[in-house]
Design a binder for this molecule. Structure first.
Ligand SMILES: [Cu+2]
Length: 132
């Protein structure tokens, strides 16, 4: 019994670490960079998806040549985070990130854009993914 309790404690501690790892301090977004997730309002379903982001400057002009990195963490413990990435962008500043929703439930999506000049911005979205 003693061993079981200890194992349980260790498991809890480990899952807490796994769960909170993604909660890095969010840097203040650069007001000159507008990062938007265009299709975040449509219903999200388990499986492969294509996340579309736009990147614009303060004058609403498209920014090309950036890198957009997406990280998805589920709110419960024991899941491997999902990563996605897009580089370059289209002429109108769109970036399409292939991304797989591996499970239904609540996700925290962290999107980070790195511009060619090294500036970065980050946004967080809390979304719900439904089963098929
Ligand atoms: Cu999960």
């Amino acid at each position: 019994m003693k061993h079981f309790l200890r194992a349980l404690l260790i498991l809890c501690a480990l899952s807490l670490v796994g769960c909170r790892q993604s909660a890095q301090p969010t840097p203040t977004p650069d007001p000159d960079i507008q990062l938007e997730w265009l299709n975040s309002d449509k219903p999200l379903r388990v499986g492969m998806d294509a996340l579309v982001f736009t990147l614009k400057n303060a004058r609403a002009e498209p920014i090309r040549g950036a890198v957009i990195e997406v990280r998805g963490d589920m709110t419960h413990a024991g899941m491997v985070p999902v990563d996605g990435k897009a580089e370059g962008g289209t002429e109108d500043g769109r970036y399409v990130v292939p991304f797989e929703w591996t499970m239904s439930g609540d996700w925290i999506v962290t999107v980070r854009a790195t511009l060619p000049d090294g500036r970065t911005t980050q946004r967080r979205y809390d979304v719900q993914v439904r089963s098929q």
